[in-house]
Design a protein around this ligand. Sequence first.
Ligand code: XMP
Length: 507
Amino acid sequence: LVIVLDFGGQYNQLIARRVREANVYCEVMPYDTPIETLKEKNPKGIIFTGGPSVVYEDDAPMVEKALFESGIPILGICYGSQLMGYVLGGQVEKAEHREYGKTDLTVDDTNLLFENVEKETICWMSHTYYISEPPVGFDIIATTKTCPVAAMVQPEQKLYAVQFHPEVVHTPEGTKIIQNFLYKVCACSGDWVMDDFAQEQIKALREKIGDKKVLCALSGGVDSSVAAVLIHKAVGKQLTCIFVDHGLLRKNEGDDVERIFKKEFDMNLIRVNAQDQFINALEGVSDPETKRKIIGEEFIRVFEAEAKKIGTVDFLVQGTIYPDVIESGTKNAAVIKSHHNVGGLPEHVDFKEIIEPLRDLFKDEVRNVGRAIDIPEFLVSRQPFPGPGLAIRIIGDITREKIAILQDADYIFREEVKNAGLDQEIWQYFAVLTNSKSVGVMGDERTYHYTIALRGVTSIDGMTADWARIPYDVLEKMSTRIVNEVGHVNRIVYDITSKPPATIEWE
Ligand code: XMP
């Protein structure tokens, strides 16, 4: 175990991620965790994160000097390094030149921390203060043009400090530096895997929940599925899942979700068939934001009505993952689309506490936890699917007929992406029922039918995206199949806009 001691920096979770990527188990703990608690955990090392404070300020987060004398190896990063310098008697000053961004770094490559790191390398800096003089007994092991102590070490006590951020990708050798600390300094073996995380979580959830009741809104998406199965493994039928089928899911999806969780996992799952309610509420509505609002509100209404039947529960599960935590922290951006399932907590459900078992994980880590607890691959590697579902992929008003057409076209498109072996490469791909009809000719007959648009994008996080270069022959096959197999469609177009300026979804 390595403890990441949190001083409030922006990249804290990224540090934890780098440690886990090095196959070392870690836990993020607040900076004011008592020394005894830290010692009881018997960590092989501690990493101090960065943070926004200045060490001299009255309310600056501190640690006791005794922690440095505990024999546990410590790596201080940014604020964490200044704190180490300050508490141990070095000088911390305001830098004349604020360093921000990519910076040339010269390291002492004979030091353990920089083993196999190029002597002249690049690091990512983001600081206003720096250590101008290290505490007695420390050696300087890296410098930049304006930062005299870019890294320092007290070898006997295994205290290391870096002013730069080794955890971000802009420090190309950062991963190596963190791994040197973990493997060489802390002597971690690096044999921890996601299975262990899953088992630890299950054990911790079992302890936390005891014999109490838990409620979960299950959508069948990756996050809520993994969260629900983790809790199910911990407390079995004390967990009740409510799956609201709004009728705007992909073809067969509602039945798949029911089958997997009810039959295969033997979970307490209530499927609410609210298709009519949603479709009625959406009747005649074509404005995208209105559609989104209606679905968000209906969802909460249906969920609350169902939860009422269950009565008071102790815990409500949320499939929040780490990027959601970061994003909800910066809510100054203009509203482009009001996302369903962000901030949409039911008000009238009786619960005492929220549990978020995936709060510290990135998406790919969530998928790995899912694999570790035997969730089928098609579910864990599933592409993102918006909460409002097909409602925002049918331009204009929504009818049952249009939903059926889109489900069929989308099914064929996804099948052919898979057949072409492109399903891992393309980040998200789906069909859109444009509201436009055009003239065609089929079997010497005039047709006047819908145009289906196909959308495939590559992306890292959905914030920006490029259109996927699907080969022409694959597109041709998709087009032919959809027009031949799906009624009321006579034209297929492929969307070749990136995001920005377009968005991934059409509405
Ligand atoms: P846009 O269309 O904004 O989509 O480029 C970015 C990503 O977000 C997904 N998306 C949603 N996800 N609830 C969600 O959970 C929503 O309301 C929603 N709207 C869009 C979209 O599929 C893409 O992956």
